[in-house]
Design a protein around this ligand. Structure first.
Ligand SMILES: C[S@@+](CC[C@H](N)C(=O)[O-])C[C@H]1O[C@@H](n2cnc3c(N)ncnc32)[C@H](O)[C@@H]1O
Length: 239
């Protein structure tokens, strides 16, 4: 029987090509997640940035175009191949698991870490956040986006708010139905792994979609203006 992690990897291996083909303009990514998450970053020119769980390298493409040096990793080999192709040999991309130690990185190597829409695949964030803290410079910035806890609580019809639960749903927005496994958690399990492991929370936003979203998908534009499905956090490494 496949473990949850094996199911997650298999789902992204199956989705990778379609994800890459749609990512530039898929409303939830291009006009909801990315503008809000990128909006939490400081000036990136000349900065050393880790794109953790980089997928097909769209964030990396934007950050490279703004003059950052970007290292990206992802658990899906197909995503990494696509990230390399998309970025034409710029940036440094390789396969790695967010929940394993970042042995390839030195202490205080990065100015900024971006981890977009990926931490929901990790059951216990502690080791990952500790590694984020270790590889960031003092006062380094970690920006994450992830599922909103209240959206997940209602969407998955949970009856035990305080549990961390393996939940699954079928994504249909990429042309083929693919079952996606994630971990639903309470709000405190987003914040405490950060504040208990070397970070303070500098800003937390419940994002709104941009106007471009409305043109492509008015129904979800209305819904997302009434109830968020993502949450974005900027955390700063304490001195
Ligand atoms: C929704 S995609 C987001 C990709 C990219 N960050 C973006 O926003 O365009 C989630 C990514 O997380 C990756 N992922 C899932 N579990 C992971 C893990 N344990 N370690 C590293 N990457 C993981 C998937 O392979 C996939 O590429």
């Amino acid at each position: 029987m496949q473990t949850t992690k094996e199911k997650i990897v298999a789902a992204y291996e199956e989705l990778a090509e379609r994800y890459n083909a749609l990512i530039d303009h898929k409303p939830h990514n291009a006009y909801y997640d990315r503008p809000n998450t990128l909006g939490l970053l400081p000036e990136v020119k000349g900065k050393n940035i880790l794109d953790a769980a980089c997928g097909p390298g769209k964030y990396a493409e934007i950050l490279l175009s703004e003059g950052a040096a970007v290292t990206g990793f992802d658990i899906s080999p197909k995503m990494i191949a696509l990230a390399k192709t998309r970025n034409n040999g710029n940036g440094n991309f390789f396969v790695h698991d967010l929940s394993e130690p970042f042995e390839m990185f030195a202490d205080e190597q990065f100015d900024i870490i971006v981890c977009a829409l990926a931490l929901a695949y990790i059951q216990d964030w502690t080791a990952t956040i500790q590694e984020f803290c270790r590889v960031l410079k003092p006062k380094g910035i970690l920006v994450i986006s992830t599922d909103h806890p209240f959206f997940d609580f209602t969407f998955f019809r949970s009856t035990h708010y305080f549990a961390i639960e393996n939940v699954r749903c079928v994504w249909k927005g990429f042309g083929i139905p693919v079952e996606i496994n994630t971990y639903r958690r309470p709000l405190s399990e987003y914040l405490l792994p950060l504040t208990d492991n070397g970070f303070y929370i500098d800003k937390l936003i419940e994002p709104k979609p941009t106007k471009e979203f409305e043109k492509l998908d008015p129904r979800h534009f209305k819904e997302l203006n009434e109830f968020p499905s993502f949450m974005c956090i900027r955390a700063v490494k304490r001195d």
